[in-house]
Design a protein around this ligand. Structure first.
Ligand code: SIN
Length: 316
């Protein structure tokens, strides 16, 4: 009922973790492999291992989360080795996420992937908001275009990109124009809403240490922005480029909404952090129940079919 075709493979359902959550160590990755997730993705890797930003750097709040992790990770080789071993023994899809500290570092890692036996999908993260002094690449349109031009001179394996949220039609249009030039497998929208500020009025303080408390916002706060980005790209990108919807998923209904806006897969971050990998079983059940009530046998019957042209009325 929930089976999903994605880049030529059939996944049992469209659910994944969002990179960064429950995917730092081989232990956590194994937990995802053993969960009900249809596929999973590694923590965004840099060439060398990184400790990331000072703690506290992740904080759960009632309507979501704020984080400024700063790309802590065990280094590219750690995740590539895991992926190579994993793919020998398993069929559940594993995506490899990379987020270099520079364009050169991204290119180096992508060359290593081409030269390796890795036969899965790579996610190029263009949207980490948390490394002090390094703006999000996805907000620099000419740089994004230049990087993708360079990447596709040699990268001949499946590639998707993870983008930050956009807030203006001019930006949806321009980013879609750039992305449509390339043989991308997917676009993942959205990363956290960068550089929010959550404060505790009792202590009159910020709640995370890095960047004087500024951090990426996830969870319930961001669902309308995530749905807008999924919808905006679904209606602008060529059909070969699929959408992965990320942002604000806590329930089966949230997944249903992402799919209705056009997502093929969905990723869960904040709520996975709160509940752990058992969340996939709950959400799978909830989504099945919604589909049963609406009499849908398959996701393809409603994917992308959001009614977005209301009749005009005279009320406010
Ligand atoms: C982080 O490690 O700071 C989060 C990564 C991301 O948001 O891309």
């Amino acid at each position: 009922m929930l089976t999903t075709q994605f880049f030529g493979s059939i996944y049992t359902n469209p659910l994944m973790n969002a990179s960064g959550v429950n995917c730092f160590t081989t232990y956590e990755l194994d937990q995802l492999a053993d969960s009900k997730a249809g596929a999973f993705v590694t923590k965004s890797a840099t060439l060398q291992a990184r400790k990331g930003n000072p703690k506290p750097r992740y904080y759960d709040v009632p309507l979501g989360s704020i984080n400024s992790m700063g790309l802590p990770n065990n280094g590219f080789d750690y995740y590539l080795d895991y992926a190579l071993n994993y793919q020998k023994q398993h069929t559940t899809a594993l995506f490899l996420s990379i987020s270099g500290m520079s364009t050169e570092e991204n290119i180096t890692m992508l060359h290593k992937i081409v030269e390796s036996e890795f036969n899965g999908i790579t996610e190029l993260n263009l949207s980490c908001p948390n490394v002090p002094g390094k703006p999000q690449i996805g907000y620099d349109f000419p740089l994004t275009e230049k990087i993708l031009q360079e990447v596709f001179t040699f990268f001949d394996k499946p590639l998707g990109v993870k983008l930050p949220p956009y807030f203006d039609f001019a930006h949806f249009d321009e980013m879609a124009r750039i992305l449509n030039q390339f043989p991308l497998v997917y676009v993942n929208s959205i990363n956290s809403v960068g550089n929010g500020l959550y404060i505790d009025s009792n202590s009159e303080s910020v709640v995370i240490k890095p960047k004087n408390g500024f951090g990426g916002i996830g969870g319930e706060y961001v669902k309308p922005t995530a749905l807008a980005n999924v919808r905006a790209f679904y209606t602008r990108l060529k059909p070969e480029i699929k959408l992965i919807g990320t942002g604000g998923i806590r329930t089966g209904q949230d997944v249903f909404e992402h799919l209705l806006c056009g997502a093929t897969m969905v990723q869960i971050g904040t709520e996975l952090h709160k509940e752990g990998p058992e969340i996939f079983e709950r959400i799978e059940k909830e989504l099945k129940e919604i589909m049963r009530q609406k009499n849908y046998q398959t996701i393809d019957e409603f994917r992308g079919k959001l009614k977005d042209d209301l009749n005009e009325t005279f009320e406010l």
